[in-house]
Design a protein around this ligand. Structure first.
Ligand SMILES: [Zn+2]
Length: 237
C-alpha cells in the first residue's frame, strides 16, 4: 500500500501530500464520521488518497462526498480510482463538469507561445474520465462538516473553485495562487485565461480564514490572508 501521510490542518481537516507538498488533496470529516475528499492528485495518486483515509481511521465506506477544485490531471487524475473504491461520483463546478466527464483539460491560454506549443505537442492533457453527480455554483454551501462554501474563481480553468470551511477557518485555495517557494501565480500556460486568474484571485484576499491550504505547496497557518494580500499588492493586478 502507498505510504500514508496526512498533515492535520485543524480538528477534522487534513492535507494529503500526494507528490510531496507539491500536489495536495484534502480530507474533511464530520462529527458523525462522514468523510469528504477534495482533489485526488495525479493518476497514480488514487491509492495514496485511500491510504491517507486509512491513516486517520476512516475507510472508503465513510466517504459520502467527493469534490474537485477543477478538471486538471494533477487534481482529477486519481479521481476515477477513488470513485470506484468509494462508489461515489464527484461534485465539480458546472463550468468544469463537461471537462471532468470527458477526461480532458479545458483549453490553455493561447496568448502564450508556450501554451500554443504544448497544445500542439500534447493535445488536451487527458486523464481518466470522472463521473460528475452534482454541478456546483458560486456561493453554494455544501453540507460538509458544518458547511463548505464554493468560491468560484475562474481563469485557471472556467469552473475553478476554492472551498472555504468556515468552522475550521481552512481555505482550500485551488490553483489561483501557488505556495511553491513562496506565494506565486500558477504556471501561466496551464491557465485557460491567465488575466482572469489574476483578477479572480482577489476573492481569496477578501474571505475570512485562518489557514490557507494550497493545492500546490505547503499550507500557511500564520496570517495567511496577509501573505496573499501582500503578494497581490506586489503584482498590481
Ligand atoms: Zn490546475
Amino acid at each position: 500500500m502507498a505510504r500514508a501521510a496526512t498533515v492535520e490542518l485543524a480538528p477534522s481537516v487534513w492535507r494529503i501530500p500526494l507528490l510531496g507538498d507539491f500536489v495536495n488533496g484534502f480530507i474533511l470529516r464530520d462529527d458523525d464520521g462522514q468523510v469528504t475528499l477534495v482533489d485526488m492528485g495525479v493518476k497514480q495518486s488514487g491509492p495514496k488518497v485511500l491510504a491517507a483515509l486509512a491513516s486517520i481511521g476512516s475507510g472508503p465506506s465513510d466517504v459520502t462526498r467527493l469534490l474537485l477544485t477543477h478538471a486538471h490531471p494533477d487534481h482529477a487524475g486519481g479521481a476515477a480510482h477513488v470513485a470506484k473504491a468509494t462508489g461515489r461520483d464527484f461534485g465539480v463546478h458546472e463550468a468544469d463538469a463537461p471537462y471532468a466527464e470527458a477526461g480532458a483539460s479545458p483549453p490553455r491560454d493561447q496568448s502564450f507561445r508556450l501554451a500554443r506549443i504544448m497544445t500542439r505537442l500534447m493535445g488536451s492533457n487527458a486523464f481518466p474520465a470522472v463521473m460528475v453527480g452534482e454541478r456546483l455554483i458560486d456561493g453554494q454551501v455544501l453540507d460538509v462538516a458544518g458547511g463548505l462554501e464554493v468560491v468560484h474563481t475562474p481563469g485557471h480553468s472556467p469552473g475553478h473553485v476554492a472551498y472555504l470551511h468556515r468552522d475550521s477557518g481552512v481555505l482550500i485555495t485551488g490553483d489561483s495562487i501557488f505556495n511553491v517557494r513562496g506565494v506565486r501565480w500558477p504556471i501561466k500556460s496551464f491557465c485557460t485565461d491567465f488575466r482572469l486568474t489574476q483578477k479572480t484571485a482577489h476573492r481569496l484576499a477578501e474571505l475570512d480564514y485562518t489557514t490557507a491550504a494550497f493545492t500546490h505547496g505547503p499550507h500557511i497557518a500564520d496570517q495567511p490572508r496577509e501573505a496573499i494580500r501582500r503578494f497581490l499588492a506586489t503584482q498590481k493586478v
